[in-house]
Design a protein around this ligand. Structure first.
Ligand code: SF4
Length: 169
């Protein structure tokens, strides 16, 4: 199977989410939070689609790539910066490198925070990403769905109803 940047992102958020997504149980289409994210995407940078290219690489889709400057732009509607976002973008850079396109950098953009974060692929990252790919394949291939993580972390997850629907109020 192709490991994608979405798998890398979910790997850092929750192993259960990764397993569910990897095994074809997808709630993203129906989630209000995802729709809200899309809205932030579209309203923050309305002219973006005309300026940058969409790139499909190794099973991943990059919405905004600037081929002239060799910059991947990744927009997050989140109000906090997360490790998962950084590794997702590092994975894009790694995929470019595997295709022979080197020295691509990433810019994570947080319109709600009005902040950006530059992301580069560093020496040890390649090995870390290779290990993540192996672990992701192992987790998704497992017959057992991992347990839920702490409920505090689950509130904004698109799988929330799925994971907690059997619980008493
Ligand atoms: S609701 Fe929580 S346990 Fe379930 S997939 Fe999402 S983050 Fe993981």
């Amino acid at each position: 199977m192709y490991v994608t940047a979405t798998h890398i992102n979910y790997y850092h958020i929750c192993k259960r989410k990764l397993w569910l997504f990897g095994n074809g149980i997808n709630m993203e289409q129906t989630s209000d939070l995802v729709a809200e994210g899309r809205l932030v995407h579209e309203t923050s940078y309305p002219n973006r689609a005309a300026r940058y290219e969409e790139v499909k690489i190794g099973g991943s889709v990059i919405d905004f790539y600037d081929p002239r400057e060799k910059v991947v732009h990744e927009i997050k509607k989140s109000s906090s910066k997360e490790e998962a976002h950084i590794w997702q973008v590092k994975y894009y850079l790694y995929l470019f490198e595997k295709e022979g396109i080197e020295d691509v950098v990433g810019i994570l953009e947080y319109p709600l925070l009005r902040e950006t974060l530059r992301v580069e692929l560093e020496e040890d990252d390649r090995e870390s990403l290779r290990k993540m790919e192996d672990e992701i394949r192992k987790i998704i291939g497992s017959e057992t769905c991992p347990s839920v993580v702490s409920k505090r972390k689950c509130g904004k997850c698109s799988y929330y109803e799925f994971c907690y629907s059997g619980e008493e109020e």
